[in-house]
Design a binder for this molecule. Structure first.
Ligand code: ADP
Ligand code: MG
Length: 291
């Protein structure tokens, strides 16, 4: 594109809070065929709230107190939601020892002399724990679009915590616009398949890549690129940075983490998913002008 056309493009973007960091990004935006979006914090508000506490029969508060003790040491947004929920219920905090963070899985610690494992199914499987009678409840909760955190005490499944994170108001409209631009829309998430599938269905997303470890997000982008198409990745988290770098075009949510914003070539200052199709349209408009 001519320098003038590019300047007009970046200027137009800036006015709408779509920051292109360089000229090449404007041209790449014009040629995107697949748009991959992270789920949590990108398509959703990233404000998880506990909605359900299910136990194996023991008192809910007893379970919550132990789980919150572990999550108190974690920096994960899900951990935050659980700690806040425990506080709202007025539960006193207990000390966790020997805390171990397991990225993409959950966390483990000793609380009140018990080994408390808190995380997803992958972690529970890794620990060789059987969900038993909680298996069916877990499936139902996940099928309703909740993220399910499983808690185990001393090697036995003890409860489930259902967490909801509402989609951003404009997510559905953004996906419809991306479709109108001819793009395939893919959701990429570390969350489980059933939860992701339910939310993706509501938003009319074409494909779901779920249960992805933080270290594998970039690899999934590379796989899509191997189909010969140009791929944009939209994300907000530390987890997303390698995928943003791998994509032909990395787009960061302005409210996201510094690492994501630094890695991406485009930053959406308003954190509005609708600005993803806007970015692609600005790219296309710029290319048209230079012809
Ligand atoms: P994402 O942000 O895409 O969900 P993460 O890799 O951060 O990806 O987390 C993947 C999954 O690992 C979460 O959905 C959750 O099931 C589990 N997980 C990670 N950390 C925690 C934690 N501290 N407590 C409970 N579950 C966790
Ligand atoms: Mg995220």
């Amino acid at each position: 594109a001519t320098p003038t056309a590019i300047m007009v493009g970046t200027g137009l973007g800036a006015k709408r809070g779509v920051l292109f960091k360089n000229a090449v990004a404007v041209e790449t935006a014009a040629r995107i065929e697949v748009v991959v979006l992270d789920k949590t914090g990108t398509l959703t508000k990233g404000e998880p709230e506990v909605t359900d506490v299910i136990t194996d029969g023991r008192d809910q508060d007893e379970l919550l107190r132990l789980v919150a003790a572990v999550e108190h040491e974690s920096e994960h947004p899900l951990a935050d939601a659980i700690v806040r929920h425990a506080e709202r219920r007025g539960l006193d905090s207990v000390l966790a020892e020997e805390f171990e963070n397991v990225p993409g899985h959950g966390a483990i610690a000793r609380v009140a002399n018990r080994r408390v494992v808190v995380g997803n199914q992958r972690l529970i499987q890794r620990e060789d724990i059987d969900l038993g009678m909680l298996a069916e409840r877990r499936e139902r909760l996940a099928g309703s679009g909740r993220t399910v955190v499983i808690a185990a005490l001393d090697g036995r499944a003890a409860g489930l915590i259902g967490i909801a994170d509402a989609p951003r108001e404009t997510s559905t409209a953004a996906i419809a616009e991306l479709h109108a631009l001819g793009a395939e829309v893919v959701m990429l998430t570390g969350d489980n398949q059933a939860t992701a599938q339910r939310i993706a269905g509501r938003l009319d997303i074409d494909a779901v890549i779920a249960d992805v470890l933080p270290s594998d997000k970039a690899f999934k982008i590379a796989e899509l690129q191997r189909t010969g198409r140009r791929v944009a990745m939209v994300g907000d988290g530390v987890n997303d940075a390698p995928a943003l770098a791998q994509a032909d075009l990395g787009i960061a949510i302005g409210a996201g983490t510094d690492v994501a914003i630094e890695t991406a070539e485009v930053v959406l200052m308003r954190s509005d998913p609708l600005d993803v199709p806007t970015a692609l349209r600005i790219g296309r408009g710029t290319l048209r002008k230079m012809r």
